[in-house]
Design a protein around this ligand. Structure first.
Ligand code: AWU
Length: 436
């Protein structure tokens, strides 16, 4: 029986500054705080406000912040400290910049009394190459967090080397770390979870803790909502029929091209559906030649004001998805959005765009048949008549895909309840963090 120290673990959390990664990492942090851990979260100055909801829930004795300057990078404009302000192509530059937090973090830890050193670093797997080095230097455990599912991990890590390129180093460092935490639930994909344990991590320390739920529904999750959440819920309350509204959103990273936005707008005008469409605001102009803001056709909002609400910027997404009036979700299949759509019990209309979205489509559309594919990829421009038909169909009663999704939702909600697989894995994770 391992010796368990009396003192609850002190965990240094190092999230990756991209909303789809940061939001679930902070939800996970809340869960380990609830289990008695003390946490210090390392962020750069621009990202400190993301921690405010946690600061409002936990005492400063158990929840601390370590703020280190964002390391400058020639290809990242000063003042930009999150990936969602940049095109995905900037990912290697973000890795490079963040890896230069190694020395300042080592310097900070070297100045701490041994009793104040963390027992564990719970970092995003994307940062594991340098975080593992810090953990080794102070003989503390490095546990990685990935906000994606086991199917995606198997697909990415199963690819031959030349395809994986710089992800190869992340995989190696993650498999060398003490353990891996994934935002999924065992019952969703048991064969893939087992495969991550046996083929990649080669031990049992793989914890499935999802779906990681917001610790405060309706609160600002990630960014501050661009319009008051109460205004959005009042608009939804005014919709008489349950499951009659289509929610359209493509996460924090994707911006539609003008052509795609025009086709989507035309489909919304042609269809009779009520809808909420979240449109990314123009990211900080990082490359003047990339106009990466969604373009809403002139006069569109006026023409659809009786049936549609356009949110420019940031929406209270989980509140929208959990509202009785919302019946379907046109989504890019970012994994956080998939889990939130599942918990909200809405039909998923899949338009995968990049990265792991295609793996999520294989899992949710092809394998589990719990979502409907409506868009192919980043360059796809929908036919507005066909999309209008699909949108109208999506809020007409229970499709087989939604029935199957509701069954998965039931398993997911069981998993996070007391005694469920994710609840127990969170307990076990904190016990393992205590082990010397
Ligand atoms: P989401 O899963 O939608 O991710 P992205 O923002 O697209 O970013 C990884 O996240 C994906 O697997 C990657 O492929 C990549 C990445 N949100 C909100 O509250 N309001 C908004 O207006 C927009 C977003 C929240 C949303 C979710 C998160 C975005 C994991 O896609 O509720 O929690 O931001 O996550």
């Amino acid at each position: 029986m391992p010796t368990i120290t009396k003192k609850p673990p002190h965990v240094l959390v190092v999230p990756f500054p991209q909303t789809g990664h940061l939001v679930p990492h902070l939800d996970l942090t809340h869960q380990i705080l609830l289990r008695g851990a003390t946490v210090t979260v390392l962020v750069t100055p621009q990202n400190s406000p993301y921690l405010d909801p946690l600061r409002s829930l936990h005492s400063p004795e158990t929840f601390k912040t370590l703020i280190l300057p964002f390391p400058s990078h020639p290809l990242i404009p000063s003042g930009v400290e999150t990936l969602q302000q940049l095109p995905l192509q900037a990912l290697p530059h973000m890795f490079e910049a963040l890896s230069r937090l190694h020395d300042p973090l080592v310097d900070f830890l070297s100045r701490q009394p041994p009793s104040d050193l963390p027992d564990v670093i719970l970092g995003n797997s994307f940062l594991s190459p340098w975080i593992n080095k810090v953990a080794d230097a102070f003989s503390i455990k490095s546990i990685c967090f990935l906000p994606i599912n086991a199917h995606s991990i198997n697909t990415m890590w199963g690819q031959d080397l030349e395809v994986r390129s710089f992800f190869d180093e992340l995989e190696t460092c993650t498999t060398e770390s003490y353990g891996l935490v994934i935002n999924t639930f065992y019952e969703l994909e048991p064969e893939f979870v087992e495969s991550v344990k046996t083929h990649y991590m080669t031990h049992h320390r793989v914890w499935t803790v999802g779906p990681l739920l917001p610790f405060k529904v309706g609160a600002n999750r990630g960014e501050k909502s661009s319009i008051p959440p109460q205004k959005v819920s009042a608009w939804l309350d005014s919709c008489p029929e349950d499951n009659s509204v289509v929610y359209i959103a493509f996460g924090s990273q994707i911006r539609l091209t003008a052509e795609q936005a025009m086709a989507l707008a035309a489909a919304l005008e042609k269809s009779s559906v009520r809808f909420i469409w979240t449109v990314r605001d123009a990211a900080k102009k990082v490359n003047s030649d990339i106009d990466n803001s969604d373009v809403i056709p002139l006069g569109f909002e006026e023409r659809v004001k009786e049936k549609g609400l356009v949110i420019r910027g940031w929406a209270p997404q989980t509140m929208i998805l959990e509202h009785r009036a919302v019946g379907s979700f046109l989504t890019h299949l970012g994994w956080g959005s998939v889990l939130e759509g599942m918990v909200g019990g809405v039909l998923l209309l899949a338009w995968p765009m990049q990265a792991d979205h295609f793996y999520n489509s294989t899992l949710m559309v092809d394998k589990l048949r719990a979502a409907i594919l409506v868009g192919e990829n980043r360059d796809y421009v929908p036919d507005s008549d066909e999309l209008a038909r699909v949108l109208a169909e999506s809020v007409k009663g229970d499709s087989p895909e939604r029935v199957r999704l509701m069954k998965l939702r039931e398993k997911g909600m069981e998993a996070v309840k007391g005694g469920g697989s994710s609840y127990n894995d969170l307990d076990d994770l904190v016990v393992e963090m205590c082990l010397k």
